[in-house]
Write a protein that binds this ligand. Structure first.
Ligand code: CP
Length: 321
């Protein structure tokens, strides 16, 4: 996405939020495939489509055959259907497809390739929307930059910290990667704060740094929570997984035991420049962040969730109108 395309989409989302556009997608159908649970993504797309006059069909992994994403596979294993056939068939029924991929399935090197999503995108003749993979969560990040823009007004040089926080389960890197990239594209001054061993994908990091510098922003990494909090205007809390131990969650869990104090609380927020607090939800209360800050007056967590519907309506209008 270029900066121009991003601004254009956010401007449309702002207009859609202010005044409902009516039944502009009457007769259109969005098919959504969920290989993971969802509350916000599923409901915000369903409500958004309904408000635009269209409707959604939802399928979960229980409804679908096991799918084979690899080209020229000899399908003598558990997969009953190739993604190519599912994608081409669904394209005859629906006007767009949304896909939430499974969580960890393999090594990081393999999972970062988003094989299922990319296979659908290749073989579908309708637009395919990423509803979250382990590598990216672009719809969440679009809602997040809209929320930041509403609060900060100007984005260039504003100080955002993507703060790793503790979580009992191994988490994806999707929201972190996507927010990092879009905030950098907007020229924000982005700090990644995480313990050693929880580095983000190097390709995403380098791409984001280059985008930030081109847009008049900056990027840096710190391995200290307090250093990450100091002077921040936005604290974006989220846990993410260890790519080194991606296929060994027990090892990751042992590593994380030393980092249980990585929790956003009043003391951390006091180091910031009166930062607003963001989290994409669902959140582990009093593990990732305390009740006090999540429910405090600088918290924007429900605004982020609400903006999912507005920004996705804008996206659907651009794709389908
Ligand atoms: N933030 C987000 O994508 O929420 P869900 O997992 O509930 O869809």
């Amino acid at each position: 996405m270029s900066r121009f395309q991003l601004d254009d989409l956010l401007d449309l989302a702002t207009r859609v939020k202010g005044k409902r556009p009516g039944q502009v997608l009457g007769g259109k159908t969005l098919g959504m495939l969920f290989f993971q649970p969802s509350l916000r993504t599923r409901v915000s797309f369903e409500v958004g489509m309904q408000q635009l006059g269209g409707h959604c069909i939802n399928l979960s992994s229980d409804d679908l055959y096991d799918l084979e994403p690899n080209e020229q596979a000899v399908m003598d294993g558990p997969a009953e259907e190739h993604v190519k056939d599912a994608a081409r068939t669904l394209s005859r029924y629906v006007d767009a497809l949304g896909i939430r991929a499974a969580a960890r399935t393999s090594t990081w090197e393999r999972d970062r390739q988003e094989l299922l999503l990319r296979s659908y995108a290749e073989h579908s003749s309708v637009p395919v929307i990423n509803l979250e993979t382990v590598f990216e969560h672009p719809c969440q990040a679009l809602a997040d930059v809209l929320t930041m823009r509403e609060n900060l007004i100007t984005m260039q040089g504003r100080k955002l910290t993507l703060m790793w926080c503790n979580h009992p389960e191994p988490k994806s890197l999707g929201p972190t990667h996507s927010v990092l990239q879009l905030a950098s594209l907007m020229g924000m001054d982005v700090t990644l704060a995480h313990p050693l061993g929880f580095e983000v994908d190097d390709e995403v990091l380098q791409r984001s740094r280059a985008a930030a510098e081109e847009a008049g922003g900056a990027g840096r990494v710190v391995n200290d929570m307090q250093a990450g909090g100091k002077g921040a205007e936005v604290i974006y809390a989220r846990s993410w997984g260890c790519t080194k131990y991606w296929d060994d969650p027990e090892r990751e869990s042992i590593v994380k035991r030393s980092f249980q104090d990585w929790r956003v609380d009043r003391e951390l927020m006091a180091l910031t420049d009166d930062a607003m607090l963001m989290h994409p939800l669902p959140v582990r209360r009093n593990v990732a962040a305390t009740d006090e800050v999540l429910d405090g007056d600088r918290s924007r967590i429900y605004d982020q969730a609400a903006n999912r519907a507005h920004v996705q309506k804008a996206l659907l209008m651009q794709l389908l109108k």
